[in-house]
Design a protein around this ligand. Structure first.
Ligand SMILES: O=C(O)CCC(=O)C(=O)O
Ligand SMILES: [Fe+2]
Length: 322
């Protein structure tokens, strides 16, 4: 309905659509880009099956929707040599480098930054034949599902987001060292007005929110329990079963997502690559903007912590153009 250049099929009640009749290995027309953007804004996450595109094509696809960021504000894990925008989502690499396999709690990408990514693109390269599904939840539906008095309260609140302050457990490894060097943190409105749709989203996530500000610690804890419950309600979610070559593209301003939890004890490989699009500074219902607690904005710029890394050979390999 309403699409002339792509096919769009809704996959869940509140979130998610599969887009077909488009070949991402070839340059997209401006009409296709506009319709994909329209579907993304409506469905919050869109899926493309069986695309089998390479690194360069992923970066090219992502760039049609905005500025492609550096892989990660901490430069961890190491981006792909020659592709500073590509963040490997690689169980084997994480295990080798950090000693853990789990994908962590429900989260929105990089909300510790003052300008969390507008959107993320994830491409499956080597996924297991069973398990490893990713889930997304619709933060606009979550907001709208609150009672009117709770929405009114949420509209007035702000929350602190930080890399080491939410649901991620300390790991005592290289990743934590990086966070200690650059303890990225920001205060965002609990209800964010979406810059493109004007919709209100319940912009809190169990991964990175450390506290609600200006309330007591106990009030913060109980409010967050309520909000986290709301944003992860199964009703607002969709679940994606990956095959190699599949791509998920989500609006990071209006969703939380959950990496698979069912593979933690299994010795299986799972490799995907993520790109992200530079986001704007969130704005609350009263028009107030988020505030930096610590750290720099997240964009295509090479983060200073990455530039400062001692092992400059690795850094050079990542930054050298291909
Ligand atoms: O492993 C996954 O399915 C999702 C990983 C993730 O959170 C991300 O790429 O942002
Ligand atoms: Fe993520």
């Amino acid at each position: 309905m309403g699409y002339k250049h792509i096919e769009v099929k809704q996959v869940s009640g509140f979130i998610g659509a599969e887009i077909s009749s488009v070949d991402l290995s070839r340059p997209l027309s401006e009409d296709q880009v506009q319709e994909i953007r329209k579907a993304l804004l409506k469905w919050k996450v869109v899926f493309f099956r069986n695309q089998n595109i390479d690194h360069a094509a992923q970066v090219e696809f992502t760039s049609r929707f905005g500025e492609v960021t550096f892989a990660h504000p901490l430069g961890e894990p190491e981006p792909v040599p020659g592709f500073p925008q590509l963040k490997p989502v690689d169980r084997k690499l994480y295990e080798r480098q950090y000693g853990f396999r789990t994908g962590g709690p429900w989260h929105t990408d990089v909300t510790a930054a003052i300008n969390p990514p507008a959107a993320s693109v994830l491409r499956a390269v080597n996924v297991p034949s069973f398990g490893g599904d990713t889930q997304w939840s619709n933060l606009v539906a979550a907001y709208e599902g609150l009672s009117a008095p709770l929405r009114a309260l949420a509209d007035t609140l702000k929350a602190e987001h930080r890399f080491n302050g939410g649901g991620y457990q300390p790991r005592n490894n290289k990743f934590d060292e990086r966070i200690a060097v650059n303890p990225l943190a920001s205060i965002h409105p609990v209800v964010r007005v979406h810059p493109e749709t004007g919709e209100r989203a319940l912009f809190v996530n169990p991964g990175f929110v450390s506290r609600i500000v200006d309330v007591s610690p106990q009030e913060s804890k109980l409010l967050l329990e309520l909000f986290f419950n709301q944003v992860t309600k199964p009703a607002y979610t969709t679940r994606f079963r990956w095959n190699n070559g599949d791509i998920a593209f989500w609006d990071n301003r209006a969703t939380v997502h959950l990496a698979p939890q069912d593979l933690d004890r299994l010795d299986v490989e799972r490799l995907l690559y993520r790109t992200t699009i530079t986001g704007d500074v969130p704005v609350g219902v009263d028009g107030s903007r988020s505030e930096v607690v610590h750290g720099e904005a997240f964009s295509a710029e090479v983060p200073s912590v990455f530039k400062q890394k001692a092992d400059s050979k690795e850094v050079q390999a990542v930054l050298s153009s291909n």
